[in-house]
Design a protein around this ligand. Structure first.
Ligand code: FES
Ligand code: FES
Length: 395
């Protein structure tokens, strides 16, 4: 529910207003200052950093998104003006696995160099072919003028115009709709007033009744199999005790036990120069003591707009006198953390699960509750993941 005041009501610049948006098919509530423009809300509050900012005064077109189906410069629209609006960003146009024809054509024509203008070019060309006076019948000769609202500083215009012309040709009956608008959980910084930017010790994140996962393909999928020397029953005792389980996760700590097998926690993820502190909720949705299986859904957000959601399945099975510990995780990342890309995010997550397995083995063998695992050394983690990747590429 939004709390946008009626027209002419006075809101102080330092106050926050709750705005409800539908972004790429999902409803999200964000708390924003009244003068925050839509591009900042998308990037910093919702973690959708595909919308780029160049000039921030309506000249370059980098920030183009669709607002109620029509192209708009997100740097010129206040978020509060968009209350109740349907927004489509470049993330909603298509996904890595199912790209929109425009995205495929841009790739085929090498219609980008640094790529900074590309989200604006894609959304602007979508608007032209979907809503322009000639639709997909636009004449190629008109494209330079029609596309002049977005500036490419790499001067890659030839490829861009060829890509748009190709798509116009291919769809005489009309441009296909955006392809990535399935509802998913978007982590807006919702429901808060005041000037603080993120959850704090004094003001923990609200615990949702259930943890939901986004639809669509995960950013990264991780499969780790570790052979532990401890017997399966001892390993299960650690997995079955969420306090011990959290202590084994690198950088994680349990803050509060909530009803219905839900847990409030904090996780510090450090990668190279980037250090993120996530506050979030985990929920055990399946616990099978006979089969020694556990499924945990988790989501968390940091104050910088990064968000992560995870579907983690843990299983322990007898392996001689020891145990085979299986960890399978589907990770959904957005915001700064997603900028590492799916391959590196997968490698780093794999390393963290390997450390987790070592801690579980120690706890199972000694019967001691492990100390909360320290956040992994960011430089070592980053370099070992990169090194692994290089070795695989050269193999
Ligand atoms: S950033 Fe919006 S037009 Fe340049
Ligand atoms: S590709 Fe670099 S700004 Fe357009």
């Amino acid at each position: 529910m939004s709390s946008v005041p009626p027209p002419h009501a006075r809101v102080e610049a330092h106050e926050q207003v709750e705005v409800e948006l539908t972004v790429n098919g999902s409803t999200v509530t964000v708390a924003v200052p009244p003068r925050m423009h839509l591009a900042d809300a998308l990037r910093d509050r919702i973690g959708l950093t595909g919308t780029h900012l160049g000039c921030e005064h309506g000249v370059c077109g980098m920030c183009t998104v669709l607002v109620d189906g029509v192209a708009a410069r997100a740097c010129l629209v206040f978020t509060v003006q968009c209350d109740g609006a349907d927004i489509v960003t470049v993330e909603g146009l298509g996904s890595a696995d199912e790209q929109h024809p425009l995205q495929r054509a841009f790739a085929a024509h090498h219609a980008l160099q640094c790529g900074f203008c590309t989200p604006g070019m894609l959304m602007s060309s979508y608007d032209l072919l979907a809503n322009g006076p000639a639709g997909t019948s636009v004449a190629p000769a008109d494209l330079p003028t029609e596309m002049s609202g977005v500036i490419c500083r790499c001067t890659g215009y030839r490829g861009i115009l060829a890509a748009v012309a190709d798509v116009a040709d291919a769809y005489p009956e009309g441009l296909p709709e955006p392809r990535n608008r399935t509802p998913r959980t978007l982590l807006g910084r919702a429901g808060r007033t005041g000037s603080g930017a993120g959850p704090t010790d004094e003001e923990p994140v609200a615990a949702p009744a259930e943890v939901r996962l986004p639809a669509g393909a995960p950013t990264a999928a991780v499969e780790v199999r570790s052979r532990l020397s401890a017997p399966v029953e001892a390993v299960w005792r650690v997995l079955d005790d969420f306090d011990q389980l959290a202590r084994c996760l690198p950088g994680a700590s349990l803050v509060e036990v909530l009803p219905d097998d839900r847990y409030r926690g904090r996780a510090v993820v450090a990668l190279g120069p980037v250090k993120l502190s996530f506050d979030g909720i985990a929920q055990v949705v399946d616990r099978d003591a006979d089969e020694h299986r556990l499924r945990v859904l988790a989501h968390g957000a940091d104050s910088g707009g990064s968000a992560t959601q995870a579907d983690i399945r843990l299983a322990a099975s007898p392996d001689g006198e020891g145990t085979l510990l299986s960890a399978d995780a589907a990770l959904f990342l957005s915001g700064r953390i997603a900028q590492f890309g799916r391959a590196l995010a997968g490698d780093v997550s794999k390393r963290m699960f390997e450390r987790f397995a070592a801690s579980v083995e120690h706890a199972a063998n000694t019967g001691e509750a492990p100390q909360p695992a320290a956040a992994p050394n960011p430089i070592r983690l980053l370099f070992s993941a990169l090194l692994d990747r290089l070795r695989r590429n050269n193999a």
